[in-house]
Design a protein around this ligand. Structure first.
Ligand code: GDP
Ligand code: MG
Length: 437
């Protein structure tokens, strides 16, 4: 797998200061193979490798990373950069109904995805109307009606109307009248891109002005999926992508290619034929899938742990200069949570034992402390003394806690800082968080 190959490439390099051109190129060849295996399209691979190359050459190797680790980290970060680093939910309109239009080739999974989304939203108490606009295949309309019956979700009755544009227009009007939360239009697809299909989809879009056009792509189509996405993007315009059949052995290359050619976020993935098999798209998970499953991720975890070591040294310097602030404190808590066993670890931060005296240590307590710090502005985190009464109320509201809890945290943090100061002033020996944590 990729991580092993990169390790091999870099074995001989250990200890050198910078990533050199020839070393990077050797690694890029390995990465290229991994991306081809994942079915990423060639132009995308080419762009991507050029980017990674530029980022890598001459980069200082972090003290604690081997060049192999460093390369994997760059590749990982670049892939995540390409895919976006967070989930992209559907944007609902302030003025219901939100109109969602599904487009894509026949068999890509449009109708199934309509059912999955509707099921999800129904569970959230949203009132949804489904619209069968695939008028060419009676079976398609029947499929949606069956879904609607099973899910107990209303399906628009088009009567004798055969024009998809008219059906969609009427359905949206009805949804407005009925104060529906969302309408999902299930449009027709063909085996292949053709002008008549694109023209129809475009006319529906112009007439109905949907809030979101979701392109549904079959991930098993690999590279081809990107070309189809591009056609829909150019001819119709899309706002997001649903990648279906990710339960198969597709390695996720389609995600990268589609995002790259359309620039649109992948919002959901379909992971099975059943109606609960829909998940928000997490770029980081796909990245590890593309690079060769978990191996690379565990390698990166290792690299990041090493990276954390450097951060700890940085932390030590901050403590010495008395510049340790609430943000650092929160980062430390996050680190601990990643590592598990809270109780044990906390005893090791100076002052923390006191801070948590008599407190039942459970993960919840930490989540609350984190929430409080997250609700502060960066400025407040750096200057905890400035947090006055009204700010405390805002922070408490924002974090779903109360002013008492905010007060307690601030007081304890102040005590902790005092303790740190004492320790680093020499009386209690040299303060070295690296050895403590
Ligand atoms: P449409 O023509 O675009 O409306 O496609 P359909 O929704 O009718 O789906 C075509 C086929 O793909 C059906 O057999 C679905 O059960 C199947 N399908 C859809 N989504 C998924 C998925 O995420 N995983 C798997 N394994 N099958 C899927
Ligand atoms: Mg269909």
């Amino acid at each position: 797998n990729l991580s092993e190959r990169l390790e091999a490439v870099y074995k001989k390099l250990k200890g050198r200061g910078k990533l050199k051109e020839s070393d990077v190129d050797e690694a890029l060849r390995e990465i290229r193979v991994a991306l081809i295996e994942a079915d990423v399209s060639l132009p995308v691979i080419k762009d991507f490798l050029a980017q990674v190359r530029e980022k890598s050459i001459g980069q200082e190797i972090l003290k604690s990373l081997t060049p192999g680790h460093q390369m994997v980290k760059i590749v990982n970060d670049e892939l995540e950069g390409l895919l976006g680093d967070e989930v992209s939910p559907i944007r609902f309109s302030d003025q219901p109904p939100t109109v969602i239009m599904m487009v894509g080739l026949q068999g890509s999974g449009k109708t199934t995805t309509v059912g999955k989304l509707a099921r999800l939203w129904k569970k959230e108490g949203k009132n949804v109307l489904l619209v069968p606009a695939d008028v060419y295949r009676p079976a398609a309309i029947e499929q949606l009606n069956t879904l609607g019956r099973d899910l107990e979700i209303d399906v628009f009755d088009a009567g004798d109307e055969k024009d998809p544009v008219a059906i969609c227009t009427q359905a949206v009007q009805q949804a407005k009248k009925e104060l529906r939360y969302a309408v999902i239009l299930d449009t027709a697809g063909r085996q292949q891109i053709d002008e008549a299909l694109m023209d129809e989809v475009r006319r529906i879009k112009e007439k109905v002005e949907p809030h979101e056009v979701l392109f549904v792509a079959d991930s098993m189509m690999g590279q081809q999926a990107a070309d189809i996405a591009k056609s829909f993007q150019d001819a119709v315009g899309i706002d997001g992508v649903v990648l279906t059949k990710m339960d198969g052995d597709a390695r996720g290359g389609a995600a990268l290619s589609i995002k790259n050619v359309t620039g649109k976020p992948i919002k959901y993935i379909g992971t099975g034929e059943k109606l609960d098999a829909l998940e928000p798209f997490h770029p980081d998970r796909i990245v590890s899938r593309i690079l060769g499953m978990g191996d690379v991720m565990s390698l990166i975890d290792k690299a990041e742990q090493a990276y954390d070591l450097e951060q700890r040294e940085e932390l030590g310097r901050k403590v010495k200069k008395n510049a340790f602030d609430l943000e650092d404190f929160r980062d430390q808590l996050l680190q601990f949570r990643k590592m598990g066993s809270m109780q044990e670890l906390l005893g090791m931060i100076p002052g923390a034992g006191k801070m948590l005296k008599g407190v039942q240590i459970d993960d919840n307590a930490f989540v609350r402390v984190e929430a409080i710090i997250n609700s502060m502005t960066p400025h407040e985190r750096a200057h905890h003394n400035l947090i006055n009464g009204s700010r405390k109320r805002r922070i408490a509201n924002g974090s779903g806690t109360n002013v008492n809890e905010v007060n307690k945290l601030l007081k304890q943090f102040a005590q902790m800082k005092k303790m740190m100061k004492k320790m680093s002033s020499g009386k209690m020996g040299r303060f070295n968080p690296g050895s403590m944590l």
